[in-house]
Design a protein around this ligand. Structure first.
Ligand code: ADP
Length: 296
């Protein structure tokens, strides 16, 4: 089974002609409210593919929390690990201008209250999981506790987003560490001495993870472990909205690894799922079923 540990947010989206300046009010279009957050996105993506998936997360005791729980349950995610209360549900306030550029304010809310103690209290979820997948929209000390809570033989997958430097203990557990170009640059920091993504993969591997995946949007992805760098092609599609593509890629790859697939094979499947996700609008509502991935 797959356990995702991470964030759940309500994305509140308003189209505007232009962004307001300080002290100014502008009128926008109708509000759209979407279930989001990288943890919830990954859990929904995996469950849509047919993976037995649980989410460990925290939402508020409010309407946004209920919206998220509803979306997770509709997709078939096990929500016993979705804790309720402590702060309002995390929210992303998103304005989109006519050119498609976003301005986003995130209020982490309940996500920032997902504690190491919450991880320790979820032992049965960890015992039942072959693969555990995390991101960084929850406190870093909680992610450190996730690494410590892994059951023997289970595998840890991390997408360090939003990116920051990572403790050695977390890096050493990653199999793989999954980064896009921006995340690769931040995690490498001063060690980012090349413009070649294959070099980033090798430099990241030297920081301690057992394997590394670098995603390259329409260019596909690179898989890197001690045996070298393997290029995974993307699937050519008509991209409509890339929101949540990385989350879909990661979820699909994590699940496939848990079924025993080789890393390059799992990444190729992730690339197909990511490609399917960019052909539709939104994040969770854009995620394909296994049959839709087959048909791609
Ligand atoms: P992120 O969303 O984290 O920035 P990427 O943009 O690299 O991540 O996308 C993740 C994966 O989704 C890519 O490795 C690729 O397989 C797939 N993907 C993303 N954008 C496209 C696209 N325009 N066409 C085909 N596949 C895509």
């Amino acid at each position: 089974d797959l356990l995702v540990v991470g964030s759940a947010n309500a994305d509140l989206v308003i189209g505007v002609e232009r962004r307001p300046a300080a002290g100014e009010t502008v009128l926008g279009g109708d509000l759209a409210v979407h279930p989001g957050g990288k943890g919830a996105n990954q859990a929904v993506a995996a469950a849509r593919l047919g993976a037995a998936t649980a989410l460990l997360a925290r939402v508020g005791d409010d309407g946004h929390g209920r919206l998220l729980l509803d979306s997770l349950r509709t997709a078939g995610v096990d929500t016993v690990g979705v804790l309720v209360g402590g702060a309002p549900t995390g929210v992303a306030l998103i304005t989109v201008d006519p050119s498609g550029d976003n301005s986003i304010v995130v209020s982490p809310g309940a996500n920032s209250r997902l504690t190491p103690g919450d991880v320790r209290a979820a032992t049965s979820l960890f015992q039942a999981s072959r693969v555990v997948s995390a991101q960084l929209e929850i406190p870093l000390e909680t992610v450190v506790e996730v690494v410590r809570a892994l059951a023997p033989g289970s595998r840890f997958v991390l997408n360090p987003s939003p990116p920051r430097e990572l403790p050695v203990e977390v890096l050493a557990a990653c199999d793989p560490l999954i980064v896009n170009e921006h995340e690769a640059r931040v995690v490498l920091g001063d060690a980012c001495v090349s413009e070649d993504p294959a070099d980033w993969a090798r430099l990241l591997l030297a920081k301690g993870p057992r394997s590394v995946v670098v995603t390259l949007g329409a260019q596909g992805a690179l898989v890197c472990d001690r045996s070298g760098v393997t290029r995974v092609p993307s699937v050519r599609v008509e991209a409509v909205d890339t929101t949540g593509a990385g989350d879909a890629f990661t979820a699909a790859l994590a699940w496939k690894l848990g079924t025993g697939a080789a890393p390059a094979e799992a990444a190729a499947y992730g690339a197909r799922v990511g490609a399917a996700a960019v052909t539709r609008r939104g994040a969770q509502q854009s995620y394909p079923t296994a049959a839709e991935v087959e048909a791609l």
